[in-house]
Design a protein around this ligand. Structure first.
Ligand SMILES: [Zn+2]
Length: 171
């Protein structure tokens, strides 16, 4: 393998695990400088979810629609400290606190601030991902089915999001 192709491969770290023919397509667009246009064509629509309060309403509405029976969601917020690289793209925490003498589960969803300015489809994708974790801790088959229940094109959106992250990194 030449040094150049080794570099290219390292540059697609967000897309690790995808089939080679897809990686080649992304790499070709990257070299041609057309990734931004590709993304704009597919996901040009922004969203208006600016504040934590709006984020909470957005996630809660989705939860009401698809996961009505799951435990209540207490908070949702954008988190500027979340490293998209390192972590998952968001986090979901369940912690217990003492309230009125008994333990009460508290659930909070944090979403990397990067998604505040991302296309609407990617905020949807990440909200679906974090909501699904309220039911399934692992990224298993049940988790995947739950995501697809909330967003039928979930897997395509995840791929596109990874292309988006690749593009941001380059830009
Ligand atoms: Zn996850």
């Amino acid at each position: 393998m030449s040094e150049r192709s080794a570099d290219s491969k390292a540059g697609l770290k967000f897309l690790a695990g995808y089939p080679p023919h897809l990686l080649q397509q992304v790499q070709a667009m990257r070299e041609a400088g057309t990734l931004g246009q590709w993304l704009e064509r597919r996901h040009g629509t922004p969203h208006q979810v600016r504040t934590d309060r709006q984020l909470y309403d957005y996630v809660q509405e989705m939860k009401d629609r698809y996961l009505r029976k799951s435990a209540p969601l207490h908070a949702a917020r954008y988190d500027a400290k979340l490293q998209v690289l390192k972590h998952a793209l968001g986090t979901h925490t369940t912690h217990s606190r003492v309230q009125g003498g008994r333990l009460k589960a508290s659930r909070e969803i944090r979403i990397a601030t990067l998604f505040r300015d991302a296309p609407a489809a990617f905020l949807q994708m990440i909200a679906v991902h974090e909501l699904a974790h309220m039911r399934e801790a692992e990224h298993n088959k049940a988790f995947s089915q739950l995501c697809c229940h909330m967003a039928p094109d979930y897997h395509q959106l995840e791929f596109d999001l990874r292309v988006y992250l690749t593009h941001l990194e380059q830009a």
